[in-house]
Write a protein that binds this ligand. Structure first.
Ligand SMILES: NC(=O)c1ccc[n+]([C@@H]2O[C@H](COP(=O)([O-])OP(=O)(O)OC[C@H]3O[C@@H](n4cnc5c(N)ncnc54)[C@H](OP(=O)(O)O)[C@@H]3O)[C@@H](O)[C@H]2O)c1
Length: 354
């Protein structure tokens, strides 16, 4: 059955793959674009990713504006959608709290309001750190009573991007409960490339990590042998997003999209270094020391690493039983992740490193 969908963040990495999947399966898809003149480029890209460009339509808007800044006509189009997929975010390090809140928190609330007013299911993409309860507690987030959280202090500890992703999650849930509206949240691990093509885009944390390794900037392995950076392939992720979106049983539920057998960081770097034909780093450096070193002027730029990115390297393992239950229901499995990682590295080496 094909329905109409509305996607924010459709021009981004995950969004392109989601729009490709939705349109390939016959769904007419409205994409919110800050620069709708880029629609032809997006259509070409979605076509390359296996989607059907004929099913894509742009509506001009910006999530940070009230009502997303939609025109009367576009609001009418969006009202015909059965699901709103909210992926748009200012996804970078070094954001001020004000900027991060405007786009990632107020923007998410603007999207939630639209979904609630039109009684459309909201499918929102969060992040795996929201399922790391010991981490949340350690940075001062009261996940059971988020209203008790002192958010400026949290932003001060983890930076604008992560702080705003955490705050927006709790704010949207609170709003949707009050409005009596449906939501589903998918929390991805760090997203690596497509399992067949390795496709990933410039600026993605995974692409930057590969570039740093290729260019010899990785002098040591952050953390200990227990530290890891959980991964998920973009194709598994969009399959999971589309399955939960149309599953009535997923109303007001959350799911973690993460490959639990991702090797530790050392294993991952070693595997990537083999594909890149460079020497992998062998010694560990504690994250605490690394954070301190990164405060030395110029060092973060020289090694092209932000202290904010270190928050995602953790020792926490996750309870995947909820996801595994859904995987059985949807007959969904992760692709071969060693191969996916290799393809991603080859893609970055061939297309993004000059
Ligand atoms: N990639 C990961 O590793 C990862 C991991 C966990 C969670 N996530 C989450 O997954 C979602 C998608 O991530 P991604 O990697 O695909 O991000 P991305 O490639 O950086 O794309 C971000 C998208 O958001 C749009 N956007 C930014 N500000 C906007 C605004 N004010 N109004 C409307 N659109 C705006 C961008 O549109 P323009 O084309 O106009 O810039 C772009 O389409 C995000 O919510 C992110 O937090 C990602």
């Amino acid at each position: 059955m094909s329905v109409e969908c509305f996607v924010t963040g459709g021009s981004g990495f995950v969004g392109q793959h989601l729009v490709a999947r939705l349109t390939a399966t016959g769904h007419k898809t409205w994409v919110l674009m800050r620069s709708p003149e880029n629609i032809e480029r997006l259509k070409e890209q979605v076509g390359r990713l296996g989607g059907n460009p004929a099913h894509i339509h742009a509506v001009e808007g910006d999530i940070s504006k009230e009502g997303l800044g939609l025109s009367e006509v576009d609001r009418h189009y969006v009202a015909s959608a059965s699901v709103i997929f909210h992926l748009a975010a200012q996804f970078c390090w070094g954001l001020t709290m004000e900027r991060a809140r405007t786009v990632n928190v107020q923007g998410a609330l603007n999207v939630a309001r639209l979904a609630a007013n039109q009684r459309i299911r909201l499918v929102m993409v969060g992040g795996f750190m929201l399922q790391n309860l010991s981490h949340l507690a350690s940075i001062g987030v009261d996940h059971q009573h988020p209203e008790n959280t002192h958010w400026p202090a949290v932003y001060g500890r983890v930076g604008g991007y992560e702080g705003s992703k955490l705050e927006s999650h709790f704010e949207v849930i609170r709003y949707m409960h009050e409005a009596g509206a449906d939501y589903t949240i998918v929390h991805p691990a760090t997203v690596c490339g497509h399992s067949e093509s390795g496709h990933i885009v410039e600026g993605q944390p995974m692409a930057e990590l590969i570039r740093n390794l290729a260019q010899g900037r990785f002098k040591a392995i952050p953390g200990s042998a227990s530290h890891w950076l959980p991964l998920v392939s973009v194709d598994y992720l969009v399959t999971l997003i589309t399955r939960v979106a149309f599953d009535p049983a997923m109303a007001n539920r959350q799911v973690l999209a993460l490959y639990k057998h991702t090797p530790n960081l050392q294993g991952m770097l070693t595997q990537m270094a083999q594909t890149l034909e460079v020497k992998p780093p062998r010694h560990h450096v504690s994250i605490r020391l690394l954070r301190w070193l990164l405060k030395i002027p110029g060092l973060a730029t020289r090694f092209s690493i932000s202290a904010e990115s270190l928050n995602f390297i953790q020792t926490q393992r996750f309870d995947m039983s909820g996801t595994e239950c859904l995987e059985r229901k949807y007959q969904l499995t992760h692709p071969d992740m060693a191969r996916t990682l290799e393809k991603t590295v080859r893609y970055v080496k061939g297309s993004l490193i000059t």
